[in-house]
Design a protein around this ligand. Sequence first.
Ligand code: F6P
Ligand code: MG
Length: 462
Amino acid sequence: MAFPPRFLTGDSKTFGGFTSTSRWPTLVQNMIDDLDSELSTKIKGTNVYLQGQIILKQLLELKQEIKQDKKLRSFTEEEIRIAQVPLSFNEYLSEFNDATWQHAEWLFTEVYLYRRVNVYFRMQSLWYNFDIFNKVKQHAFHSSYYGVIELAIKYQSLETELENISDPTILKTLFEEFIEISLWGNATDLSLLTNVTLEDIKSLQGEKTRADSRAKILVNDSENAWELLFSKTSNKQEVIRVDFVLDNSGFELYADLMLASFLLKSKLATKCIFHCKDIPYMVSDVMLKDFDILVKDLQDRKFFPIADEHKQHADTLDFFAKAVTQFVTDGSLEFVENSFWTCAMDYTYIDPSEIKYNGDKVHADLLNSDLVIFKGDLNYRKLTGDRTWKRTTPWPEAIGSLASSGVTTLSLRTCKADVQVALDEGVDEKLSALWEKDHPNQGSWWCCSGKYAVICYCDGKQ
Ligand code: F6P
Ligand code: MG
């Protein structure tokens, strides 16, 4: 079957087109500002300062390259060696050798952008491991105070009961709620919220927001995931493994930890594996170190100060921090990283026949999982190949070979890009007309706003 083409940055009137011309220069400018402020803490003339200045200059040039629609250049041999750039980038660029920033596949170009930035840092020895997004990640998590406390209270109040819930209806209701917590955790996206305020963040988090947003979950296959895990636990399957291909750190990671903790405590899972990115990526994506930072933040009363009249909240945050640390210590929660997740390949490459880019190894690993949860928008774009599908295309068709790969998948996505599938007839038309009223000429962008969501399941046996 022929696949439709992928979205291009040059597709006029798409969110991808707008992203490449407007959002990327802003994102790079934010990196420049943050590096500038980091450099102001260094002593002028030192090696670290001088290397930082080189990166600063390169970022300024990169911003110009994007604005002037320059050609997407290959990585040099030195960059490949020192910065460990996967070969797939240059292979792609030799095939599409006339690609420019505004005339190329959106998915590839966005992934390439973050790789280019990473190469600048890795080429300077004293900045090799620097996470340019750390500051903004920390700022957003700090601003997530209310959502963080609310969830911690919820978890603490449920924790002891979770082990002994015998009524499947109650357990199912809680399962659906924790799935929604993890789903909407994806709405706090720093690449979209380039000028984030505390009020913005508050309005994206919290129980009331989730309840109000329920009608905005346009496809909801969470029941399939429930049935799968509940049958495994009822049949006393010894190991029930759930994988999370993570998205953003801070509040979303915290929400994912809530879901994982719920699954582990309620015995719907016995092991959760969290897959992280190996480089700073898409502004807020989780790297291995971000878990340690999150746990530290939860226990740091300077980071999350607690007023005297709410003293018990400090215990509540400590309680959750200890709970997740304990899961890591006893091995029921594991964090891993793999460069496959930061290459530009879509997820049809998760296949035994794909031996070049590690897709076969990733496939073999995920076959051992009972359920693989793909978090967020970028993972959804990679699942669907970021292709120009009709928006009513059935989910198994859109994910191609993954639908018959033997891997059971669940995508939890708040919609932030043009690609959209699995909708019932008429839904796209209705939402486009509604969005058009407040956003003239942009009706089809309703699914780029982060206000709607989808939960899509596939048993891998189609
Ligand atoms: O659509 C906005 C965007 O920046 C996309 O470029 C990217 O797919 C996505 O957001 C990142 O979102 P998420 O963190 O949910 O993957
Ligand atoms: Mg992300």
